[in-house]
Design a protein around this ligand. Structure first.
Ligand code: AMP
Ligand code: ZN
Length: 116
């Protein structure tokens, strides 16, 4: 499949890796919008969160657990962070492989104010 994040996962395209286990990979976003901008991605290809069945939903809990670990490891857990998941066309998802953005390292702008 011609998928950018599958290519990062299989090593075809390089990435700046932050974390890896048998189920997920985390790497720095190539176009960061905050001092920390990390993408956490399941190794199995799902188009988006809408592609995950109820039975498979434990991968999402695993991703959140890894985000907590990364936050502690990088030292931004106490100051706080933002998790973003864009889903589908209206949600602004550009890469059609499920991923969670983790933003941290500065006071982030009020999210709702930007959406009006
Ligand atoms: P989204 O709009 O939620 O699909 O987010 C896709 C994200 O992938 C964007 O923030 C891009 O900057 C990021 N991105 C695109 N190509 C790469 C790459 N080769 N390595 C790391 N991040 C990337
Ligand atoms: Zn993929």
């Amino acid at each position: 499949m011609d998928c950018l994040f599958c290519k990062i996962i299989n090593g075809e395209i390089p990435s700046s890796k932050v974390y890896e286990d048998d189920k997920v990979i985390a790497f720095n976003d190539i176009n960061p919008v905050a001092p920390y901008h990390i993408l956490v991605v399941p190794k199995k290809h799902y188009d988006s969160i809408a592609d995950i069945s109820e039975k498979e939903m434990e991968i999402v809990a695993h991703i959140h657990n890894i985000i907590n670990k990364i936050a502690i490891d990088k030292g931004f857990s106490d100051a706080g962070f933002r998790i973003i998941n864009n889903c589908g066309s209206d949600g602004g998802q550009e890469v059609k492989h499920l991923h969670y953005h983790v933003l941290a390292g500065k006071k982030l702008p009020n999210y709702e104010a930007n959406q009006k």
